[in-house]
Every structure is written in structure tokens, then in C-alpha cells.
Design a binder for this molecule. Structure first.
Ligand SMILES: [Zn+2]
Length: 379
């Protein structure tokens, strides 16, 4: 009985805080905007099979019609596995939800060390995954930064031994997604001048600043771009605003140069949001056929992540705030409000006020075309 009582009280409190947040109006402007078009594709989320139901509930509550599980990762926050086993678990699990969730395949690069024939068999692994229903292949940031060949040398992203993989992606007509590098401060020395000092001080293992261990950020971004240039018929999703959110003009130049590059915006509203809003508005308008919406919302085995930050459970009200802050950023010109990933910095952001047409392309059309979601009956 006592447990029952506690349970009811808990629910009551959650409902009360939802109600206080639910009202759109003075003090709660962040909840006033609805996404243009009323339906959204999130091209960058992470969900493990045992959390599919939880994720779908949050998606339903927040206009997310379809989610791309961006890479094969399963497990808990502390312990994850990737590669074929993870991919087929994810794929099997989405069987009943094929019109709501899709999965990208990821290679387990450690096989380079253990499978003598890895590079020859890798294209077939990808083909098998895509034939089984995978949407394409996603490389995590370890490629470029940490993945080594059998001689113990870093494997550059544009290494010719990987070309057959990208060739196979071209033949299959599937998406190739790259996460390359990380935020700029992670490549700079951990000193109090570093704007992510607190975070890096707590997690020195996140730093890629040691030149003896890691290539420079621009070097690996250039390696990635070399692949995009060479494989012109492959469409590349470059996550986190092409991993250069601090320099939207550079991203614009890349978009101009490489028509097969499609950035997603996942977990980088904090970065683009502090740039001059007019500049960001112009780039998102000029390339409105290319940017795709994503959040990096994750549902791991034991906890969740809203783009970046601690892995913990989130309430419905917190999720509503998280997604609504995205609509607010893209569709209003509100000034100086909190961004969705506060752990990335304490500054405020300014909305860019996209046109309804541009916002609809960002939320829906671009991803729908890129991922050929008509074939899956997504609507
Ligand atoms: Zn992610």
C-alpha cells in the first residue's frame, strides 16, 4: 500500500510539473512553437532494443515520426558493443516498427587486428547489412582518431583500403554517415583558457589534444572530405553540422563544393546558436535542401542522454522542453535563451527564424529523400 501511495504521489508530482510547464505563454515561451509541417524525422538518435517502446512514446509526444538509429551500438552507458552483433540485434528489434525506426550499420574496426581478411570482406558485411534492411553505414569518431591497422598505424579516413567499402555503398545506393573529430576545444590544451575546461578537467580521456597520439582536427576533416569528393555518387551524412559547427562559413563552402554532403544538426545548437543568427539563417536558407534535423537523443539500456551530458532518466516535461527548444531555435527570432545541451556551455543562443518552407525541408523532406523513406511507407 505504501508503495502504491508513493507511486501515485510521484505521478501526481510529474503531472503537476508538466502542467506548469505545459502552458505556453509568459515565462514559458520555449513551449509555444510547434514544428513546421507537424512531423519530423530525427536522423540522429540512439536507441537500444529494450528501450524502443520508451523512445516511441517520447517521439509520439514530440512530433518525431521517424528516427534513424545512427550506428550499431547496444548496451548500457558504461558498456557498449558495436559491429554485426549489435546491428542485427537492433534490426531484429525494429521489425514491428519499420515505419518509425531505421538502423545504420557500423563496422567493428577491432576486426582489423583479428581478421586477416578484414578489408576484403568489409564490403560484403555492409552489403549483407543493407540487404537485411540497414539504411547505410555510420562511422563513429574512432575512425580517423583511434582506429589502427595491423602495423599499429592510424588508419586515415581516406585510406585506399577502405575505398571498396564506399564503392559498395555507391552500388547499394545507401547513405554513408561520418562522425569526424569532436568539438574544437577537445583538440586544444586542457588549460583554464579552454572553454570546456571544467568538462575536460573531469574527463581528460575526452581530450584529443596530444599531438603525439592524435592527428589535428582539420587533418581528419580533410580526410573525410577527400572521401566525399572522390565518391561523388554516394550521399554522405556529416553529423554535428559536418563536425565544424563553430565555423558555419566553412560548412557553407563545403556544401558549395560537395553537392553530396548533407549535414545534420544533432547536439550542436549550442554552437551554431551563438554565431550571428543572420549568418546561420542565410546558410540554412541557401542550402535548405541539405541540412537535416537530428538531436542525438539516446536511450541506452540503463539511462538516456539529451544530445550531450549526463546519462539519466528524463521526465516527459524535460523531453518536451528539449525538443521545443529546437523548434524555437529554428523557427523564431527569440533572443538569448538556453540551448538544448547546457553541458556544452553556459552561454545563450538566438533563434534564426527560418521560413516555414525551409523548416519543413530541414525537419522532413531532406531526410525523407536521402533515406528513401517512401520505400518503407513512412508517412
Ligand atoms: Zn550520436
Amino acid at each position: 500500500m505504501r508503495r502504491d501511495f508513493l507511486k501515485k504521489t510521484g505521478t501526481g508530482m510529474a503531472a503537476a510539473s508538466l502542467a506548469s510547464l505545459g502552458g505556453c505563454g509568459p515565462g514559458h515561451q520555449e513551449l509555444c512553437t510547434k514544428p513546421a509541417g507537424g512531423r519530423v524525422i530525427d536522423v540522429h538518435c540512439h536507441v537500444v532494443p529494450e528501450r524502443y517502446q520508451d523512445a516511441l512514446k517520447v517521439m509520439d509526444d514530440n512530433f518525431i515520426r521517424y528516427g534513424v538509429i545512427i550506428g550499431s551500438l547496444v548496451g548500457t552507458d558504461a558498456k557498449m558493443i558495436t559491429g554485426d552483433q549489435a546491428f542485427y540485434q537492433l534490426l531484429e528489434g525494429i521489425r514491428p516498427y519499420r515505419q518509425r525506426l531505421g538502423v545504420m550499420y557500423s563496422f567493428d574496426w577491432s576486426l582489423i587486428q583479428t581478421e586477416p581478411d578484414f578489408f576484403n570482406t568489409a564490403p560484403d558485411r555492409l552489403e549483407k547489412a543493407v540487404t537485411a534492411g540497414g539504411l547505410g553505414v555510420k562511422s563513429f569518431k574512432d575512425l580517423g582518431l583511434e582506429v589502427k591497422d595491423k602495423d599499429g598505424k592510424l588508419l586515415p579516413i581516406d585510406d585506399p583500403r577502405l575505398f571498396p567499402v564506399w564503392e559498395r555503398a555507391e552500388k547499394l545506393g545507401c547513405v554513408v554517415a561520418f562522425h569526424t573529430g569532436d568539438p574544437k576545444p577537445f583538440f586544444e590544451p586542457i588549460t583554464p583558457e579552454n572553454e570546456r575546461y571544467e568538462e575536460l578537467h573531469l574527463h581528460p580521456e575526452w581530450s584529443f589534444a596530444d599531438p603525439a597520439k592524435y592527428p589535428k582536427r582539420d587533418v581528419i576533416l580533410e580526410q573525410r572530405n577527400n572521401v566525399i569528393r572522390k565518391f561523388k555518387n554516394v550521399k554522405f551524412q556529416c553529423v554535428h553540422v559536418a563536425n565544424k559547427p563553430e565555423e558555419i562559413k566553412t560548412v557553407a563552402a563545403w556544401l558549395e563544393e560537395m553537392p553530396n554532403l548533407y549535414p545534420d544538426v544533432a547536439a550542436r545548437l549550442g554552437e551554431i546558436g551563438r554565431l550571428p543568427a543572420a549568418e546561420v539563417h542565410d546558410v540554412f536558407t541557401r542550402f535548405s535542401d541539405r541540412f537535416m534535423f537530428g538531436t542525438d537523443r539516446a536511450w541506452w539500456g540503463d539511462c538516456g542522454v539529451q544530445g550531450a551530458g549526463p546519462c539519466k532518466p528524463f521526465t516527459a516535461a524535460e523531453d518536451k522542453w528539449f525538443y521545443n527548444t529546437h523548434w524555437r531555435y529554428f523557427q523564431t527570432t527569440d533572443q538569448q535563451f538556453d540551448h538544448p545541451t547546457p553541458v556544452q556551455g553556459k552561454w545563450k543562443i538566438n533563434g534564426i527564424g527560418l521560413s516555414e518552407a525551409a523548416a519543413k525541408k530541414l525537419y522532413w523532406d531532406n531526410a525523407y529523400k536521402l533515406y528513401k523513406l517512401d520505400k518503407l511507407g513512412v508517412a
